[in-house]
Design a protein around this ligand. Sequence first.
Ligand code: ZN
Ligand code: ZN
Length: 246
Amino acid sequence: MTALVNEIAGRLMDFLMGVTCRCALCGDILSIDVLDRGICRACLNRMAAEMRWTCRTCGVPVRPGQAYCPACTTRGYWFDAVKAAGVYHGSLKEAVIRMKYRGERNLRTPLGKLLVNVALKLPPCDVIVPVPVDPTRKGLRGFDQARDLAEELSRALGLDLDDALKRRKSNISMTALSKRDRWEEVKDTIELGRSCQSRRFARSRVLLVDDVVTTGATANACSRVLKKAGAVEVYVAALARTAIWG
Ligand SMILES: [Zn+2]
Ligand SMILES: [Zn+2]
C-alpha cells in the first residue's frame, strides 16, 4: 500500500515538474538552481561556450583570441556593438521559431531572462527600442516578438520602452536582392514614428532589441535612424546570432 502511494506521489511530482519545470529550449526537467531561469544548465553552458569568443562589433562568433570578424575589420556600422545569447541553431533556433511563428508566448519569460543577461553585458542604456516588425508579417502573425522581448527587458531593467521606430512595407522582395542591395533597401524602410518627439534621443544611449540578428542590416538601419535622431550610442541585444559574419 505504501509503495503504491509512493508510486502515485512520484508520478504526480514528475507530472507537475514536467508541466512547470522543463527547460524552454531542450525540454529537460530543470534542476533547482536554474528553476527561476527556465533554461537548463546544459543549454546555458552550451550557449556560453558558443559565445565565448565573439566579434566586439557585430557579435558573430570568431576564432579564439580574435577581437573582430573579417567583415568588421573593414566595415563601419551605425551600431556600437551587438551581443546575443547564443548561435541561431539547434534548440535556441527552434524556441525562437516556436515563439515567432507558432505563437508560444509562454516562452517570453525564459527567453526574456536570457536577453536580460545579454543586456547586462552591454554598457548601461537610457531607453529600450524594439526593432520594428515588417507590417505585413505582423498582420500575418498578429503579434510582435521583438516588442514582447523588449517589454520583458523593460520590466526587468526598469528602463523606458519606446516604440520609436516604424518599418514601411518594402515593395521589393528582399530575398531577390543581392546582399549589398538588401543593405540599401532595408535602410529606406526604417524611420522614426510620427509620435516620436524629435529630441527624445538627444545624447541618449539606446538598447535596441531584436530576436535574431542575421546580416545585421536591419539593426544597422535602425541604429542609423536613432543616431541621426541624436542617440550617442546604440547597443543591440538579441537572443540569437547567425554564425556567419558579414
Ligand atoms: Zn535545456
Ligand atoms: Zn564583426
